[in-house]
Design a protein around this ligand. Structure first.
Ligand code: HEC
Length: 153
């Protein structure tokens, strides 16, 4: 019974959150936090995939497709993570994200395509192709950061 009550409380709290989000606009600082976490997750999946591709942790080799899929999902529509009003505060996004929007969207599309190509190569299982598609994907992430993210120390 106690477990059920905890579950109900959790459900009520979740619903309250859903309704709060549905009725009010998100805070820009929360959007920035959210997009940084999504970007970080892409970075983490890329790093994990690199270890698998280099065959450093062969016992997890079977997970490469899952990392590739996660990257496909979370590189989808990157520009949506950068709405107007999320250009100030704790962000490394440069003004060019908004002032050169067409170029920014082009870079995002390129990364989406490279992520899909990488996932297809993983599915096909050809190691040299996997390594090549991974490198192209990684270069595509960097190309966007070079022009649209504050230089990292
Ligand atoms: C279309 C442009 C674009 C593409 C493509 C892109 N990023 Fe980013 N990324 C950004 C911008 C802009 C920021 C800065 C976000 C901020 O600070 O608000 C960022 C931030 C990051 C961060 C730092 C997050 C933090 O905690 O501050 C990581 C890690 C990252 N990206 C990884 C990746 C990876 C991996 C890929 C490719 C799979 C990728 N990004 C593709 C534009 C892009």
């Amino acid at each position: 019974m106690k477990a059920l009550r905890v579950l109900n409380t959790f459900t009520a709290a979740s619903l309250a959150l859903v309704f709060a989000a549905a009725t009010g606009a998100s805070e820009p600082e929360d959007i920035i936090k959210y997009r940084k976490n999504v970007m970080k997750s892409n970075g983490a999946h890329m790093s994990a995939a690199a270890l698998l591709i280099q065959d450093k942790v062969p016992e997890y080799k079977g997970r490469l497709a899952d990392h590739a899929q996660a990257i496909v999902i979370f590189t989808r529509n990157i520009p949506a993570l950068f709405p107007k009003d999320s250009d100030f505060g704790d962000t490394d996004a440069l003004d060019t994200v908004w002032s050169k929007r067409t170029e920014f969207e082009k870079r995002a599309k390129d990364t989406e395509q490279k992520a899909t190509a990488f996932a297809s190569a993983v599915k096909a299982g050809n190691n040299p192709a996997i390594a090549a598609r991974f490198k192209e994907l990684s270069d595509s992430c960097k190309a966007c950061h070079k022009d649209f993210r504050r230089e990292q120390q």
